[in-house]
Write a protein that binds this ligand. Structure first.
Ligand code: SF4
Ligand code: FES
Length: 246
């Protein structure tokens, strides 16, 4: 395939940034999207030009690092996958592809397609954990009965990889789906009950402090989430928050 790429280039956080056009040729449909970006970068390096900065790590849909807005969609046109799992067979010869960073005030651009998602880390630090006694007298986790239904829901919520696609897809740049997943995975388990009230209050407080917008139940986050996190978790977050604050 021969493709035209329109890619966001931005030297640093203070730079205004602009779209720059590139051509790539002989792209195999079996390549991943990031491999196609590697091909482009190799050609730029060969021409002594600055390669395009983009985030990636595992390239297996696990780490949540890859974060491209492709033709206006977080993680591109496929469903239930991350950018690193997107294949070039989703495009056709002659296509023009627009590639931008995830856009949100709380995710400032560091360089080109790389954004700073430390806001998510700070929300996690505010309450995304449980305290466990590790003195040697720790209760065996298997001795605490948990219903299959709740265990499944908790595991589903825990599959959130913190990629930020929910924020990038939301017209309000809301982080509610992410926070809801992180609160739900503990709210559904007995181990999470001890700090439940403080957790939800602190995480929502930090979310607001970071400048994320509010949720207006549009549901775009759920559609673009690569892990299929359900917006039912947002309803659970709201219930947990209400119970903690009255
Ligand atoms: S809820 Fe989904 S889209 Fe949002 S950070 Fe988690 S995995 Fe990514
Ligand atoms: S690079 Fe790890 S999820 Fe895409």
């Amino acid at each position: 395939m021969n493709l035209t790429l329109k890619i966001w280039r931005q030297k640093g956080p203070q730079d205004k940034g602009r779209m720059v056009e590139y051509k790539v040729t002989d792209i195999s449909e079996h390549m991943s999207f990031l491999e196609m970006m590697d091909v482009l970068n190799e050609s730029l390096v060969a021409k002594d030009e600055e390669p395009i900065a983009f985030d990636h790590d595992c390239r297996e849909g696990i780490c949540g690092m890859c974060s491209l807005q492709i033709n206006g969609e977080a993680h591109g046109p496929d469903r239930g996958i991350t950018t690193c799992q997107l294949h070039m067979r989703m495009f056709k010869d002659g296509d023009t592809i627009y590639i931008e960073p995830f856009r949100a005030n709380a995710f400032p651009v560091i360089k080109d397609l790389v954004v700073d998602r430390m806001a998510f880390e700070r929300i996690q630090q505010a309450g995304g954990y449980i305290s466990v006694n590790t003195s040697g007298n720790t209760q065996d986790a298997n001795s605490i009965p948990i219903s299959k239904h709740n265990a499944d829901l908790s595991m589903d919520a825990a599959s959130c990889i913190g990629c930020g696609a929910c924020v990038a897809s939301c017209k309000n740049s809301s982080a509610m789906l992410f926070v809801a997943a992180k609160v739900s995975q503990f709210a559904l388990l007995p181990q999470g009950k001890v700090e439940a009230k403080e957790r939800v209050k602190n995480m929502v407080f930090q979310m607001d402090l970071e400048g994320f917008g509010n949720c207006t139940n549009t549901g775009a986050c759920e559609i673009e989430c690569p892990k299929g996190i359900s917006i039912e978790n947002i309803a659970r977050l709201n219930r947990e928050y209400l119970a903690a604050t009255i």
